[in-house]
Design a protein. Structure first.
Lengths: 342, 381
């Protein structure tokens, strides 16, 4: 490594480019053969249920964990050999608030600015305080802040050194909708400036705001691409069923009817899953002909309005989560059988 | 763009120093304890510990009731080691009193003592001592043997001079240097400085890294470009100031309250203090790197602390220990510190005399820093 190149941002096509990452904690295979590419200037959404390996993957990308196997680059720096350079150019926001609760907001920012050896530190700290609306609270201790303000502080601190890549681990968990909206607008503004963002989340509305998405479950990356690509790849067909009402308003009996209908449809041929959306029911299946047949048979002589709609991300993710779990359970069963035969 | 020094950045290290100072400032209780504890401990132990106990309870059985027996008992009383609390009738009562712990000594002067003395038969005065604690009894026992000589000389000097027992053909003269009166505080108080510094310093940094880990802030610290040596040094520096403040408080108290003589140089003393504080803080930071939680940190701290107290020559005489124990003690920083501080304060040692005990402290610090760096976890693995 040459000192003079440290601060230069590597202008390559990919901000993150990792291949075949594996990580075990004891017997648990937490990340399984993960390959992922995040383009420069892209907001990349990282989705998956709790404990699916999102945090571990992010930590491996910024050099906080060493992968058991696999390789890759982050901003053009090798994730294993050049983690120092990565740390200088990446802003990492931890899932759990990890700033110093016995320091004030300003002191926290000032400390971070010192660690990154920012030129003109004071101005940078003041600008960050202004930009994120923390100015009036600058002297409050971080430990006394509410969840939303802590999140703002964390974001301000990880963007302070103007990183080329942001790694955000569930940044909006426990944050109110208005603050979440502001946050996402800020992310899009940053992306427009050419900053790449990898953000893990549980929220579907946030997923839809990303340029690209990846879905991970039990350490396995199940899908990667734009929202449309991911939806299209699963080849699912969805019907929306609505109760027909005389005055256009749904009543409680109609809701009950939908709930009964959902359980009635659950095990019918061609039905993969049902999900209630307000006063409508989404029924998803893989075989469009079979699904339509089942629906028409079940709904005959009932006053429901049904029409085919586009499959949404949420249906796709729930489907992915279920199938992957079933697949893994099947694999485990198989392994047990083999063990028993021996 | 600023240049990036590759291995050690004083600026980043200074960032850590400032942060630690702020955190220390916010933690008022710790700060108060750091200043208050040394004073309390010093006063407590300084006044409490006495290696040369006097006024020990003594009973007498004076069956002789002669001029000589009275004069002997008077001499014992004058030595200040013995307080006569009562007279007993026979040996059995004396044994019982010692067994019960009512008295520590029983002086038994047999009935025919002065008669036999006059006949030149070398009669015996029996002193029964409770020697369960050898240190407590030994000085008094030593005193009573010396008394026998002087009383005999004085009382038998006249008419009974011809009966005098032969004396050694030469004389041994002992000069008790640096602490001629054998005042315990002169020895204890400088030693207490070592004890207090060791305990507070090791504890303060011993939890420094584990605290970051347990509060979850370590992940953040590791995600920044800060390097291990910068973190460790930055965490040590603020406590060096604390250590120097502590040592100054102890020093002032030692001189004002206990009148410990200070014959050496102040520059030497503060240089030694600086090095010793750095050494103990490094021990703490090494413990911190090794331990994975605060409980382990506390346990390791005590594991380090106890041998330092017991083997360093603070509590028990260094050369009274077997060779192997002396070898262990030579690996403990307090051993050197005790010698250095006593050397400066009581003996007025200069650099030349200090050096043999000084370089091991420096070496110790460097080695421990190496260990701390080796075990510093740079990832969350």
């Amino acid at each position: 490594m040459i000192a003079s190149t440290d601060r230069q941002t590597h202008r390559s096509e990919f901000a993150i480019d990792v291949h075949g990452l594996n990580k075990h904690f004891g017997n648990r295979h937490v990340v399984n053969n993960l390959s992922m590419q995040v383009r420069t200037g892209e907001i990349f959404g990282f989705l998956g249920p709790n404990g699916s390996g999102k945090t571990t993957s992010i930590r491996m990308m910024c050099g906080l964990l060493t992968p058991d196997s696999g390789s890759g680059t982050c901003l053009g720096y090798d994730i294993i050999a050049e983690s120092d350079a990565i740390k200088r150019n990446v802003g990492y926001m931890t899932q759990r608030f990890s700033f110093w609760e016995d320091l004030s907001i300003r002191e926290n920012l000032d400390f971070v600015a010192r660690l990154y050896q920012m030129p003109d530190r004071k101005t940078a700290v003041e600008n960050a305080l202004t930009a994120l609306g923390l100015k009036t609270r600058a002297n409050q201790l971080a430990g006394a802040l509410s969840g939303g303000w802590k999140q703002r502080l964390a974001l301000a601190a990880c963007m302070l050194h103007r990183p080329a890549l942001l790694l955000l681990d569930e940044p909006t968990a426990g944050v109110d909708p208005a603050a979440r909206r502001d946050f996402w607008e800020e992310l899009h503004r940053l992306a427009a400036q050419g900053i790449s963002v990898l953000v893990s989340t549980h929220y579907m509305d946030e997923a839809e705001r990303c340029h690209k998405l990846a879905y991970i479950s039990h350490g396995v990356l199940l899908a990667q691409g734009t929202a449309q690509e991911i939806v299209a790849a699963q080849k699912l067909f969805t019907w929306t069923i609505k109760a027909e009402t005389e005055n256009g308003k749904a009543d409680e009996s109609a809701d009950e009817g939908l709930a009964q209908l959902a359980s009635a449809l659950a095990d019918k041929p061609g039905v993969l899953q049902t999900a209630a959306f307000g006063n409508a029911l989404h029924v998803t299946g893989r075989d469009p002909v079979l699904l339509e047949k089942t629906l028409r048979e079940t709904l005959v002589e009932q006053s429901y309005e049904m029409k085919q709609t586009e499959t949404g991300l949420e249906e796709v993710f729930i489907h992915l989560m279920r199938t992957s779990k079933e697949e893994l359970e099947a694999q485990a069963k198989e392994a047990q059988m083999k063990e028993a035969q021996r | 763009m600023s240049r990036q020094p590759f291995f050690f950045s004083p600026a980043r290290c200074w960032g850590i120093v400032l942060k630690e100072f702020l955190q220390l400032k916010r933690d008022r209780v710790t700060f108060a304890m750091v200043v208050g504890i040394p004073v309390m401990l010093l006063i407590l132990f300084g006044y409490a510990i006495n290696m040369d106990p006097k006024h020990l309870k003594t009973a007498m059985i004076d069956a002789d009731r002669s001029e000589f027996s009275r004069s002997f008992i008077m001499a014992m009383r004058n030595s200040a080691y013995f307080d006569f609390v009562g007279e007993l009738n026979n040996e059995a009562e004396g044994e019982a009193a010692v067994t019960r712990g009512d008295v520590q000594f029983v002086v038994n002067i047999p009935s025919d003592f002065s008669k036999r003395l006059a006949r030149g038969e070398r009669p015996t005065v029996l002193v029964v001592a409770d020697a369960t604690d050898p240190a407590a009894a030994s000085n008094a026992i030593g005193a009573v043997t010396r008394l026998a000589d002087s009383v005999a000389w004085k009382d038998l000097g006249g008419t009974l001079a011809k009966l005098n027992v032969p004396v050694a053909p030469f004389e041994v003269q002992v000069h008790r240097r640096y602490n001629p009166e054998g005042i315990t505080q002169y020895n204890i108080v400088p030693g207490l400085m070592g004890i207090i510094l060791t305990m507070t310093m090791v504890m303060l940094t011993g939890l420094a890294m584990t605290r970051e880990r347990e509060r979850g802030t370590m992940e953040n610290l590791l995600a920044t470009p800060v390097r291990p040596l910068e973190v460790l040094t930055g965490k040590i520096v603020p406590y060096i100031f604390i250590g120097i403040i502590q040592a100054t408080i102890i020093l002032v108290a030692a001189i004002v309250l206990f009148h410990v003589p200070f014959v050496g140089g102040i520059v030497e003393l503060y240089s030694i203090l600086l090095i010793y504080v750095a050494a103990t803080l490094t021990v703490g930071i090494a413990i911190s790197s090794l331990a994975s939680n605060q409980l382990q940190g506390v346990q390791l701290t005590f594991f380090f602390f106890l041998p330092n107290v017991l083997l360093s020559g603070f509590m028990f005489p260094f050369y009274g220990m077997p060779k192997w124990a002396q070898v262990i003690a030579h690996a403990l920083p307090m051993t050197y510190f005790n010698r250095l501080v006593r050397g400066i304060m009581l003996k007025g040692n200069g650099w030349l005399e200090l050096w043999p005990n000084l370089w091991p402290l420096i070496a110790f610090t460097v080695i421990l820093m190496g260990i701390a760096l080796k075990f510093y976890r740079r990832t969350l693995d």
